[in-house]
Write a protein that binds this ligand. Structure first.
Ligand code: ZN
Length: 212
């Protein structure tokens, strides 16, 4: 019910400007996986679990993927000296858009310095990664810090699919929750909301399809 209350409040505020939401709800957390593998792709299933099926950088859910998800090396392969390319602690579950945008960008020649002077990156598994960004009411990502601004540009977080997928995930969760409530109480007043939420969901699905 917590999520539903949040979403109802969100719907009421849909047209209000200048309101922001947290960048992401669930935070990724890598397990300490030290298993030796021959290819970093062998870690993909574990990364998908640890990143909650979301891109580490933009938080888009892979359920709505427009392309297959990939594995990003947080410290680019070209910078790596001590870490192995298969080192789990350096891998990020990433959508193709973010992986392509980040590419070999790195602010220093030192694999241990990921940012300096508000330029560079924060590992998405660090809790302060999410503090660099906010969400507008329509799901658009905004930077909240100067370092966030640098990453926003580097990762091309302005792309419209980020907001659409954010909306789809939240509207989908609302639909699921209302269905669970109304299946046991057919006269529940939330049933009145269901049609309008479903129609919004379909609108966003169509918008996402038009981007492809
Ligand atoms: Zn992404």
């Amino acid at each position: 019910m917590f999520l539903l209350r949040i979403q109802r409040k969100y719907l009421k505020n849909l047209k209000s400007k200048n309101k922001v939401a947290a960048f992401r709800i669930k935070h990724p957390q890598r397990r300490n996986i030290t298993r030796v593998v021959t290819s970093y792709n062998d870690h993909k299933a574990d990364l998908r679990i640890d990143f909650n099926e979301h891109c580490g950088y933009c938080d888009c859910w892979d359920k709505f993927k427009t392309t297959y998800y990939e594995i990003d090396h947080f410290v680019p392969k070209s910078i790596l000296t001590k870490k192995l390319k298969t080192d789990y602690s350096n891998l990020v579950y990433s959508c193709k858009s973010c992986n392509n945008a980040k590419s070999n960008q790195w602010p220093t020649n030192d694999q241990n310095i990921c940012n300096q002077n508000n330029q560079g990156f924060i590992d998405p598994c660090q809790s302060d990664y999410a503090l660099q960004f906010e969400r507008s009411d329509n799901g658009e990502i905004r930077w909240a810090t100067e370092l966030g601004k640098w990453m926003f540009i580097a990762l091309k977080l302005h792309k419209p699919h980020h907001a659409i997928i954010w909306q789809l995930e939240r509207l989908g969760a609302m639909i699921d929750e209302i269905r669970q409530i109304t299946v046991v109480n057919l006269n529940h007043p939330l049933k009145d909301d269901l049609l309008s939420i479903c129609l919004q969901y379909i609108d966003y699905e169509n918008q996402l399809r038009e981007l492809q």
